[in-house]
Write a protein that binds this ligand. Structure first.
Ligand code: C2O
Length: 342
């Protein structure tokens, strides 16, 4: 089995889940730019601490809002521009690249590429935001939907540069999330909805995630005939479910959050993925921090991102496994689902 990587020069139109053509390719296709191998941030640089969104203060919110405003104002020829950032998700999640030396498309969802790829995407996004406001301690907030006080969309995503008009109107704060959402309202009262969410979390993080593959997703390697198709527990739900829950029911494919090609246009995407990223770390810790996968096909799979200096970087999965090396951490929240055995 060989590691997966995209052929940047192959960027082409791709299809939405609903079968419509989209073109998310950058104006300059990447292969024309010099590429550098990923380097860890200097260990002596200040740490970035990601905090639960429902606990951040007004100063932080103002700073975050300003950073996103600046990102939206960047010219679209700058890869750090907000829409360009959102398009990275479209590129890697709708199959806009071929795999290297292959006509097979690269897709990072529904497999063991899911956690590391999204970790990398928001890692660079966070550093770009910090750079734009000249704050090298800036960290994304995480949407703490696995904890009762954090279950609604964080209120500050409701205005300014963090607002997105394309969301389901029935799911705006203070409505708490239904992480078992199946496109119909659960009809549960507050207490029951919380209990139902915590039970699901227990299942996805503990009882249903005892084997590595069940949590991480199936083994996708290069040039595989009939790609593996197996989502990890968390990728199915709360991940996919919350994308669908936030996205607008008035848009054909649940845009923005409910569709791969538009999901990252909603700023709440990054807080959603910060929590997904945190739960990967938590699951790993519950297992004693032993390496989850040692297969070189996974460790050596790599992707491309632009860093805070607009430099194109090639990053391997093996470089994404220890967040301390990446210079950030999570301000710990309770794990109320840990004892929520159904
Ligand atoms: Cu690539 Cu939350 O999706």
């Amino acid at each position: 089995a060989k590691p997966v990587s995209p052929d940047l020069a192959s960027c082409h139109r791709s299809l939405t889940s609903g079968g419509r053509q989209v073109n998310c390719c950058p104006p300059k296709r990447g292969y024309e730019e010099p590429v550098m191998d990923f380097k860890f941030p200097n260990p002596s640089s200040p740490k970035r601490v990601r905090r639960p969104a429902h606990l951040v203060d007004d100063d932080y919110i103002a700073k975050y809002r300003r950073a996103v405003t600046l990102m939206k104002q960047l010219d679209s020829s700058d890869p750090r521009n907000f829409m360009r950032q959102a398009n990275i998700h479209c590129l890697f999640c709708t199959g806009a690249y071929n795999q290297v030396n292959s006509s097979l498309l690269l897709n990072i969802h529904r497999s063991w590429l899911f956690f590391p790829w999204h970790r990398m995407m928001i890692y660079f996004h966070e550093r770009i935001l910090g750079k734009l406001i000249g704050d090298d301690t800036f960290a994304l907030p995480y949407w703490n939907w696995d904890n009762p006080p954090g279950m609604a969309i964080p209120h500050f995503y409701m205005n300014g540069s963090l607002f997105d008009n394309d969301r389901n109107r029935d799911h705006l704060p203070p409505q708490i999330a239904d992480i078992n959402y199946n496109l119909e309202e659960s009809g549960l009262g507050l207490e029951q909805q919380i209990a139902s969410n915590l039970h699901l979390m227990y299942n996805q993080m503990v009882s249903g995630a005892k084997k590595v593959e069940l949590f991480m997703g199936c083994r996708r390697t290069a040039g595989q005939e009939g790609d593996c198709d197996g989502l990890g527990t968390i990728e199915v739900s709360p991940h996919n479910i919350l994308h669908a829950w936030v996205g607008s029911d008035l848009q054909p494919e649940g845009e923005n959050m409910g569709s791969f090609y538009t999901a990252a246009r909603d700023p709440v995407f990054y807080a959603h993925h910060a929590n997904i990223d945190r739960l990967w770390m938590v699951w790993r810790r519950l297992r004693g921090n032993v390496p989850e996968i040692t297969d070189p096909a996974w460790l050596n799979s790599f992707f491309y991102f632009h860093d805070e200096n607009a430099q194109l970087v090639r990053m391997k999965i093996r470089d994404s496994l220890d967040i301390t090396n990446l210079g950030y951490s999570y301000d710990e929240a309770d794990l109320p689902w840990l004892n929520a055995r159904p």
